[in-house]
Design a protein around this ligand. Structure first.
Ligand code: HEC
Ligand code: HEC
Ligand code: HEC
Ligand code: HEC
Ligand code: HEC
Ligand code: HEC
Ligand code: HEC
Length: 405
């Protein structure tokens, strides 16, 4: 009898150990494989940096939709978007979530849930799941006007929904697994494994897989020099620029490999088909992120060794902090070997400093993104700061008129 009890206890103990090990392993599981740990694991040692990162645009590049992340109003009177006398889209809440309902002659034609939010700075767009496929909801939210608007690309007679392919996700999420092509045959649209979605642009999307780094520093708390993680300081200027170019050099790139596989230190040219050397129209921005080409066309870039991090700390939200950006300009333009603004004798130091960006990196309209907020008004365009740093006489006139008022 005693023997049986001992055997049973040993077996139970072994089962418990096996279970705990299994549990430990799955707790670390990241859809990208076991070289990855997810951003939360970085917070343990890089706590301050992690907390400030939570306020950045990269964190909300994609995020689950809920009451806090969908910014448009669901209040009566603000939740109806009329297309014409017979068609409207109404934003509705229910216990099952937030919905866009499409009415034709007072009857429900279609109803889809807000599942994923893209953005939240200038505007936000929403996606919903239909089986393994993703679609964009017809209405987006336009922050500048605090209004529901048509999603870019949707006209005023929309009824069909735009399917979302891997390309959007490569720039707005950190990972999703695309299902084999055979599955696409039914609708012709790309299919995804929902459970593998890693939201936002996370730490490891820019820094590469971090599991080894985390394991090493957890077991060696005395070591203060980073191991098993690429140091940006060790990269060439081209490699640093490429890390941002992956998502900030326009949407019309023909890829030969998914950018989900891009690691710091890689060369972006190896991921895409050769492109024609197009001249960029710096007066009318063709932006959905062409910051790379615009910056590269600027004298500041050509005649210095600057990169994106010269002005941006990607772990912090510095949006709208013109004074901070001015200090970046002055780091170079106050130095004896660099010219300072020729307007120095015409403007007070205060006026100069608060308007550096407005005169030399003004907000211009993008050519490709426009949305409608009502059927009666013309389409409104998105504004973005140009990264072609130069002299814009038209903008200068506006600013001078404003300053001298
Ligand atoms: C157990 C502690 C620990 C964890 C967890 C941790 N790190 Fe680190 N990390 C360090 C230490 C120590 C350094 C070196 C000192 C410093 O730069 O802060 C470092 C430095 C770095 C550096 C700078 C490398 C360089 O040389 O420029 C990067 C980038 C980095 N970590 C990224 C990450 C990412 C991404 C994660 C999450 C996947 C992460 N770390 C999680 C301890 C940790
Ligand atoms: C090549 C990378 C890339 C692709 C592809 C891409 N985006 Fe973007 N998207 C960006 C970048 C970068 C920004 C921020 C641009 C800026 O402010 O100039 C952005 C901005 C946005 C914004 C505005 C966010 C805000 O906070 O104001 C929305 C909405 C958006 N994208 C939706 C989409 C959708 C939907 C698709 C697919 C149809 C898509 N994007 C494809 C890179 C991309
Ligand atoms: C995997 C894609 C991806 C990579 C890599 C990436 N970005 Fe972005 N970035 C985005 C998207 C998408 C947005 C818009 C997100 C939004 O508005 O929610 C964005 C927004 C930004 C913004 C606007 C911030 C704001 O508050 O308006 C800056 C600045 C920026 N990125 C700089 C960088 C720099 C610098 C790098 C390289 C170190 C970089 N990004 C790498 C996708 C990326
Ligand atoms: C959009 C890309 C991007 C994202 C997202 C990102 N980083 Fe970084 N990180 C960089 C770049 C670029 C540098 C180098 C900055 C420089 O050259 O000054 C850097 C530097 C660092 C450093 C070393 C220098 C420092 O500022 O302390 C650490 C540590 C670090 N990152 C950790 C993280 C962690 C943790 C996260 C997630 C919470 C994260 N990063 C998210 C691009 C990114
Ligand atoms: C890393 C150093 C550096 C930084 C930072 C920098 N610049 Fe420059 N910039 C230069 C250099 C070098 C030139 C070439 C002329 C010279 O030597 O002064 C230049 C040229 C210019 C010109 C003349 C452009 C033309 O086409 O004639 C303007 C305007 C200018 N910068 C404005 C700015 C503003 C505004 C900022 C901040 C947003 C800024 N710069 C940040 C280095 C820099
Ligand atoms: C000389 C300084 C400087 C450099 C270098 C620079 N930026 Fe910017 N960037 C700015 C300023 C200033 C703004 C406007 C910020 C604001 O109003 O909040 C900005 C805004 C942005 C935005 C938001 C667009 C918008 O209009 O809201 C993105 C995205 C961005 N930068 C990406 C990049 C990328 C990617 C690089 C490298 C290719 C880069 N930046 C290099 C100064 C710079
Ligand atoms: C009211 C608009 C305005 C503001 C504000 C302004 N600039 Fe200028 N800047 C100009 C104009 C216009 C010129 C060209 C003047 C000329 O060629 O006679 C210029 C010229 C320059 C040049 C080129 C000088 C050269 O010799 O070619 C630099 C560099 C420059 N500005 C930097 C700055 C910096 C840095 C700031 C912020 C501290 C700033 N500017 C603020 C309008 C402005």
């Amino acid at each position: 009898m005693k023997k049986v009890i001992i055997v049973i206890s040993i077996c139970t103990a072994m089962l418990i150990v096996a279970y705990l090990q299994f549990k430990n392993n799955t707790a670390h599981e990241d859809p990208r494989g076991n070289l990855y740990v997810g951003s939360k694991a970085c917070a343990k040692c890089h706590n301050k940096l992690y907390n400030s990162y939570l306020h950045t645009a990269h964190y909300i590049a994609s995020i689950p939709a809920d009451e806090n992340t969908v910014h448009g109003s669901f209040a009566k009177g603000f939740n109806v978007f009329s297309i014409n006398g017979s068609q409207k889209v109404v934003m509705e809440r229910s216990r099952k979530g937030l919905f866009q309902t499409y009415y034709l002659d007072g009857k429900i034609k279609d109803r889809h849930r807000f599942d994923i939010v893209f953005g939240g700075i200038k505007g936000e767009s929403y996606l919903y799941w239909k089986g393994n496929e993703l679609y964009q909801l017809p209405l987006s939210y336009f922050s500048r006007q605090h209004q529901w608007s048509t999603s870019p690309g949707y006209g005023f007679s929309f009824v069909d929904y735009r399917s979302i392919g891997i390309r959007c996700l490569e720039c707005h999420t950190s990972y999703i697994n695309e299902l084999p092509k055979e599955k696409e045959e039914l609708t012709g649209n790309e299919q995804f494994d929902k459970s593998t979605l890693v939201y936002g642009i996370d730490c490891e999307r820019c820094h590469g897989p971090g599991a080894q780094h985390v394991d090493f520093h957890t077991s060696n708390p005395g070591v203060k020099r980073a191991r098993y993680i690429t140091s940006f300081a060790s990269l060439s200027r081209g490699q640093k620029m490429d890390m941002c170019a992956v998502c900030h050099s326009g949407i019309h790139t023909a890829l030969v490999r998914s950018t989900f596989g891009f690691m710091p230190g890689d060369t972006f040219a190896k991921f895409k088909l050769p492109e024609f050397q197009q001249s960029i129209d710096t007066g009318h921005l063709d932006v959905h992120g062409k910051q790379l080409q615009l910056l590269q066309s600027s004298k500041c870039y050509i005649k210095s060794n600057m990169d994106c991090s010269t002005c941006h700390d990607t772990h912090q939200n510095t949006r709208g902090n013109d004074i901070l950006y001015t200090t970046k300009c002055l780091n170079c333009h106050n130095a004896p070997n660099h010219t300072y603004c020729k307007m120095t004798d015409k403007l007070s130091v205060e006026a100069l400093k608060t308007n550096c960006i407005s005169c030399h990196m003004p907000e211009l309209t993008t050519k490709i993104i426009s949305v409608k907020v009502s059927d009666k008004t013309p389409a409104v365009r998105f504004f973005v700061h140009t990264h072609h740093i130069a002299i814009y006489p038209q903008e200068v006139k506006k600013i001078l008129a404003y300053i001298n008022k």
